[in-house]
Design a protein around this ligand. Structure first.
Ligand code: MSP
Length: 650
């Protein structure tokens, strides 16, 4: 595909390196990938940037716990994101890490310039500091004396710090938000930011004293301080270019889209735009804030154990099904709910029944009626309705890309799939083949059907690149989609008659009921095991605090194991009978890899006795035994002295 000299720049947020990548992160990155791929097909020179946010308190704390240097820690952790993006077929052009020299150099350059211009000053500051959020709050921000964001305890801190004169830009910013429609999208989110700006906008504290936080970029004009992590992180969007002059010269500024989650819209709309204004770079941003994914109606959380782990999902469903589902299920900008059931539903209806079936039947008919060779259309000027429908579809899709209306784009493409399936049904190749006149017509019908598929493959490509290339291969087209580009679908007839189709495997096999049941059961087990891991997370101090009353709601009791056996077809699960005095409970525990059933008989354990019963691999579990698990080793919790059965544990 030849570049048209047009440039397109889009970014994702840089992800906190400490977080385990989950579908929330994958969502933004896939969304950006779709646009990057489409714009490249259109002939743009694209820079699609993603990366990791590697400074700050949490990283330092985690590294200290592991007794490694923070740099060593982030060198290892950022790989998880890189590897996942490779698996997801993400076509990012660069990956920025905030610990790289090229990034640190630009952060320092900007800080020095702003300091020299008088945009940064030093002052004493007293405020309530939330350590996990790394943020200061004013008295009135607090909720019941706790951090308004994470609800945890805050500390009163007084110290000298450096401030960026952000407050002076308040009026400019309000006016800008009101007048530039593209600045904050969807437009419905503008009011949130305007609401935030109704209160006086203070200056931004952009430093942290080294003695409190040594892990950050030292201020170039005062090495006793490091840069506040957000001031550092936002500059990632330009630091790949090296210098401010280079950014201006590159033609890649301002970015066409900064994609981000709704939770970080204010930091971008307020901090980033005023920073750019102060630096003297064009602040004409396009911030697109998407919604959040819940899982089966619940917030994703490590302590609940319902974090949807993308690697596991890829193994179960394949990359393209997930990419499709995330983009199709909810309008970009709205919150969505993830469920494996809904994903299976989409695979079966949209991918297997509609798209997969269209490819399958077309290739089969080509084999049956034309010996696998795509025929020359005998009536190239016929079937105007079909061709118009496709032309309209291609134009609509094109316009929808401007507003990132992914779900509508896919609806429109699936409408074209539907139109093609109906065209085949209506023309009835199986009848045409029976007469000589019919055979004449058949060549046109089969050619048109194959051309429809070629166009559909190109439109599907940004969302499901692998599957689209498979479609091309089965159609026998050797030129890659990247090379074909959008130009080749602007006029009908890009497909060369005489091409030999290559019958192949089904594109998306249906997930039959039995298999779906098995998948869902496996998901349930994995979630149970993850929720146990959640208990470990608590020790890391990352879960929410609970009151003593809340804790006492959990009925922990001693119990004696009186029977134990393996759960059929499961490597991890044991089925136990636990005598808690008043009754015997059946409990399923994920400990089979560390305990033989026989060695458990007679052992006293601690049972969470008032958990809602749940089924694991079809076996009901009426409670949960407590255990510690570390790197795959599991040890059941026990006692120094043997207590009786059914005793409350607190
Ligand atoms: N490091 C900052 C961003 C700095 S950008 C200069 C950060 N990182 S994050 O890892 O916590 O979040 C990155 C993105 O993931 C955010 O856009 C956030 O909205 C998104 N998501 C995190 N959980 C999510 C869901 N459950 N659903 C959808 N997106 C979610 O913030």
């Amino acid at each position: 595909m030849k570049s048209l000299g047009k440039k397109f720049f889009l970014t994702t947020p840089i992800y906190y390196v400490n977080d385990v990548p989950h579908i929330g992160h994958a969502y933004t990155t896939i969304a950006a990938d779709v646009v990057a791929r489409y714009r490249r097909l259109e002939g743009y020179e694209v820079i699609f940037l993603t990366g990791t946010d590697e400074h700050g308190q949490k990283v330092l704390q985690a590294a200290r716990e592991l007794k490694v240097e923070p740099q060593e820690h982030v060198d290892k952790l950022h790989q998880r994101f890189k590897e996942l993006w490779l698996r997801f077929n993400i076509s990012n052009d660069d990956f920025i890490r905030t610990t790289e020299e090229r990034h640190k150099a630009l952060v320092c350059d900007i800080l020095q310039r702003l300091h020299d211009k008088g945009e940064i000053y030093k002052d004493s500051y007293e405020g309530w500091y939330c350590m996990p959020c790394e943020r200061f709050w004013t008295e009135k921000d607090l909720i019941q004396g706790n951090c308004p964001e994470c609800k945890r305890k805050v500390d009163k801190i007084q110290e000298h710090n450096y401030f960026f004169k952000m407050g002076q830009y308040q009026d400019w910013l309000k006016n800008y938000i009101r007048t530039d429609e593209r600045f904050i999208q969807p437009v419905s989110r503008r009011n949130e930011v305007l609401g935030f700006l109704d209160k006086p906008l203070g200056d931004l504290c952009i430093s942290r004293p080294v003695e409190r936080l040594p892990w950050g970029i030292p201020l170039p004009f005062d090495k006793k301080y490091v840069t506040y992590v957000w001031f550092d992180a936002l500059i990632n969007y330009i630091s790949i270019h090296g210098s401010l002059n280079e950014i201006r010269r590159s033609g890649f500024w301002p970015a066409n889209h900064h994609l981000l989650g709704k939770d970080i819209l204010t930091t971008h709309a307020v901090y980033w735009s005023t920073m750019l204004k102060a630096i003297g770079l064009d602040p004409a941003l396009n911030l697109f804030a998407h919604g959040w994914w819940t899982v089966n109606g619940q917030k994703m959380s490590k302590s609940i154990g319902n974090v949807v782990e993308p690697n596991r999902l890829i193994e179960q469903f394949g990359v393209d099904a997930i990419r499709y589902f995330l983009m199709r299920e909810v309008p970009f900008g709205m919150d969505g709910d993830f469920s494996h059931k809904a994903l299976i539903g989409r695979v079966n209806s949209d991918l297997a029944n509609n798209l997969g079936n269209l490819l399958n039947r077309t290739i089969n008919m080509m084999k049956r009626y034309h010996d696998c060779i795509i025929p020359e259309p005998t009536e190239p000027n016929e079937d105007a309705d079909l061709k118009n429908e496709f032309q309209k579809g291609i134009d609509t899709v094109h316009n929808l890309y401007d507003s990132l209306a992914y779900n509508k784009i896919l609806e429109r493409v699936w409408h074209l799939i539907d139109v093609t399936n109906k065209y085949i049904d209506h023309q009835g190749p199986w009848t045409l083949v029976k007469s000589e006149d019919g055979k004449e017509r058949l060549a046109t019908v089969m050619y048109n059907t194959a051309e429809c598929l070629r166009i559909i493959a190109i439109l599907v490509y940004p969302f499901m690149p692998k599957s689209a290339e498979t479609m091309m291969q089965q159609l026998g087209i050797e030129i890659s989609i990247k090379e074909q580009g959008l130009e080749t679908i602007k006029t009908w007839g890009g497909l060369k008659p005489g091409t030999r189709v290559q019958p192949g495997n089904q594109l998306f096999p249906r997930i039959e009921d039995k298999e779906a049941e098995k998948l869902l059961a496996a998901v349930e087990v994995a979630e149970k095991l993850d929720s146990k891991k959640g208990a470990e997370v608590m020790e890391e101090g990352t879960s929410e605090q609970v009151s003593i009353d809340e804790f006492m709601k959990i009925d922990l009791r001693t119990g004696k194991i009186i029977a134990a056996e393996k759960v059929e077809k499961s490597k991890k699960l044991l089925q136990l009978k636990v005598d808690i005095g008043s009754e015997v409970r059946q409990v399923v525990a994920g400990i089979a890899e560390c305990y033989e059933p026989e060695q458990l008989i007679g052992r006293t354990v601690i049972l969470a006795a008032n958990l809602k019963p749940a089924k694991l691999m079809g076996v009901e579990s009426q409670g949960m035994v407590l255990a510690a698990s570390e790197g795959g080793n599991i040890t059941l919790a026990g006692f120094d002295l043997e207590p009786g059965k059914g005793i409350r544990v607190r």
